[in-house]
Design a protein around this ligand. Structure first.
Ligand SMILES: Cc1cc2nc3c(=O)[nH]c(=O)nc-3n(C[C@H](O)[C@H](O)[C@H](O)COP(=O)(O)O)c2cc1C
Length: 437
């Protein structure tokens, strides 16, 4: 592989009626339950040799607009959402090499259950499962599980550290070679090599061992996305891959350097965790067509300000419906996704809420990528050269078989021709591919 080769992953915002009301989405509103479109997506990404597909999850229906669900239900915003581990197993059955990473939130699944679900996914896929570790952000999601509210932001990360300890200890509860399957003696499993963990922490406890048995990867891949100080510290300690959305090249560089420095500080090899930066490429046959599409995104944001603010409110746990659109955004705080709110506020500066939300929702996550596949491939090359690695997390607001093909059949071949991404997988298992370069 060339020195500047990078990784690609895909961020799927749940399996649901994606891109409701948008063009080229076929009969998704009738066919979504079967998940066939999402299986086609997984197959296409595997053909393009992506490292992994990450399935987002949130476990509640948004109510962050006028304190009602109407905006979210009427527009199909993050609803309906299917259980990601079920869709992940279908995706793994439909593919052979790509990693599949469902999101399992720490407040909703006991760590034993997470270890068992992700461990089972790893088994049925011969070592291609991952877990997106999130701590949640909305009290509405906590209320679905009998909590009045989620714990305070930093405490959630403290609890998450303990949670991950339990999960990894359970994965380690089977020593390699524990299944001896000796036909002569009739012994299937060597009892000496399967251990209780007897974990009793401040927040979680589990006896173990894991009854589902050992994982082909030993420990499945852990993905993490927290951008706050606590979030990054957690990622530096435990993550194999980070999905991040800092704004601009300097933000990306700082984020990656910070995590790598922290990893060195705790004795981890910084190359053992790959940070992927979220982007929404806008592709077209010509540069001017691509520019027009980007302008359309801005016009669309200006036309649908309520919807965009509701979406930001969903992410940041704030109801913006009572705010004056033509007043400066001012100070805001959240017990939800802190770095998402910080990114919005930094970009907003002294702008009005109206200007700020239009800018925020028409920008391309970490950096803007707009042009023909060749132009965007060159832009991605330049960004990676400046940031230093490790790759991109592609997210599209209009997931359809057509928009997926623009990436897998247009952009990826242009990247491959430049030697910037792989053309075939090096290994059978997910982590081995992630760490192959
Ligand atoms: C690419 C990406 C994917 C994420 N996926 C999820 C998700 O599926 N579920 C969720 O509750 N939070 C998700 N988050 C939010 C993070 O878990 C985290 O709460 C957020 O980045 C803010 O982190 P902070 O509170 O440490 O700033 C995601 C964030 C990013 C950047």
């Amino acid at each position: 592989m060339a020195a500047n080769t990078f990784h690609l992953a895909w961020f799927l915002q749940g399996s649901s009626i994606q891109a409701w009301g948008q063009e080229w989405t076929g009969n998704i509103s009738e066919e979504w339950m079967s998940a066939e479109m999402f299986l086609d997506l997984a197959r296409s990404l595997e053909r393009a040799a992506f490292d992994y597909l990450l399935l987002e999850d949130s476990i509640y229906i948004g109510q962050n607009w006028q304190n009602k669900r109407d905006m979210f239900l009427k527009n199909g915003m993050s609803v309906p959402r299917q259980e990601p581990s079920v869709i992940a197993s279908l995706m793994l059955a439909a593919t052979r090499r790509i990693g599949i990473v469902p999101t399992l939130s720490t407040f909703a699944y006991h760590p034993y259950l997470t270890a068992r679900i992700v461990g089972t996914l790893d088994q049925i896929s011969a070592g291609r499962a991952g877990w997106n570790m999130v701590t949640g952000s909305s009290d509405y999601s906590g209320q679905n599980f009998g909590l009045d509210r989620l714990p305070e932001h930093d405490l959630r990360y403290e609890m998450a550290a303990e949670y991950i300890e339990v999960v990894t200890k359970l994965w380690d509860s089977w020593e390699p070679g524990a299944i001896v399957a000796d036909r002569k003696t009739g012994v299937l499993i060597d009892p000496e090599r399967v251990h209780t963990i007897d974990y009793k922490g401040q927040y979680y406890a589990s006896r173990g061992p894991l009854n589902s048995g050992p994982c082909p990867q030993g420990r499945p891949v852990i993905a993490q996305a927290g951008g706050s100080a606590k979030g990054r510290a957690t990622a530096a300690r435990y993550a194999d891959t980070i999905v991040a959305h800092p704004k601009g090249i300097d933000g990306m560089k700082d984020y990656r350097q910070d995590v790598r420095t922290q990893m060195r500080g705790i004795g981890r090899d910084p190359d053992s965790c790959k940070t992927l930066f979220m982007v929404y490429p806008i592709l077209a046959r010509t540069a001017s067509e691509a520019r027009a599409l980007a302008d359309e995104r801005r016009t669309d944001a200006a036309r649908n300000i309520d919807r965009r603010l509701a979406q930001l409110g969903w992410m940041t746990n704030i109801d913006f419906s009572g705010c004056d659109l033509d007043a400066p955004v001012g100070e805001l705080s959240t017990n939800g996704h802190q770095s998402s709110l910080a990114g919005f506020l930094r970009k907003a500066g002294k702008n009005t809420l109206r200007e700020a939300i239009i800018d925020y929702s028409s920008a391309g996550a970490c950096v803007d990528l707009v042009g023909t596949p060749e132009m965007v491939a060159d832009q991605m090359d330049e960004v990676m050269q400046e940031v230093g690695g490790d790759g991109f997390l592609i997210a599209l607001p209009n997931v359809s078989r057509r928009s997926v093909a623009e990436i897998t059949e247009g952009l990826v071949p242009a990247l491959q021709q430049r030697g910037l991404v792989r053309t075939t997988y090096e290994h059978q298992q997910f982590r081995d591919n992630l760490l192959a370069y």
